[in-house]
Design a protein around this ligand. Structure first.
Ligand SMILES: [Fe+2]
Ligand SMILES: [Fe+2]
Length: 172
């Protein structure tokens, strides 16, 4: 399903999504995901950045880079009739994470960061952790790298990201 959408994407987004789908295939084998769960994640991967295909409005500051996630979730729901709340939320929270993430949210967050077209060493380190089934370590590693990048660029740190780190760093 949704193969036509991949074909119609801009080259940059298509490469990103294809890199994510490759990592999803490997994760499905590593974690013995059911076909149903993998299919839900596949939908999330294909639609997670769909709003980037249309221009973002200027009134989204100061969190402009993450507004595409909210928009993509709305597009998935309204235009593609996705009524799976878990998948809509995975799309909505994919740039920031949050406290008490669901499994689809955690998988999408990591796969978005660590997919194969990302050529920096942290992405391949995150893939190793993820495919080695160190799920929460991979999540926290991706979050710390992203946070470092945001701080370096002097952008606003989203409170959901801080809450996510705090939540998962505590022993449960
Ligand atoms: Fe995104
Ligand atoms: Fe993405």
């Amino acid at each position: 399903m949704f193969d036509g959408i991949i074909v119609s994407m801009s080259p940059g987004l298509r490469k990103h999504v294809e890199g994510m789908l490759k990592l999803l295939d490997e994760a499905a084998a590593a974690y013995s995901l059911t076909p149903h769960f993998k299919g839900r994640l596949r939908t999330a991967v294909i639609l997670h950045d769909i709003a980037k295909e249309s221009l973002l409005q200027k009134d989204d500051a100061p969190f402009a880079p993450i507004m595409h996630a909210k928009r993509s979730a709305e597009i998935a729901e309204k235009r593609f009739n996705i009524c799976d709340r878990g998948i809509i939320d995975a799309i909505r929270f994919h740039p920031t994470g949050r406290r008490k993430m669901t499994l689809p949210e955690i998988f999408l967050y990591i796969i978005d960061f660590a997919e194969y077209s990302r050529d920096f060493p942290e992405a391949s380190r995150c893939r190793e952790l993820f495919l080695g089934k160190h799920l929460i370590t991979a999540l926290l590693f991706a979050a710390s790298v992203k946070l470092h990048y945001v701080i370096q660029k002097k952008e606003h740190v989203h409170p959901d990201t801080l809450q996510m780190q705090e939540f998962y760093e505590e022993p449960h």
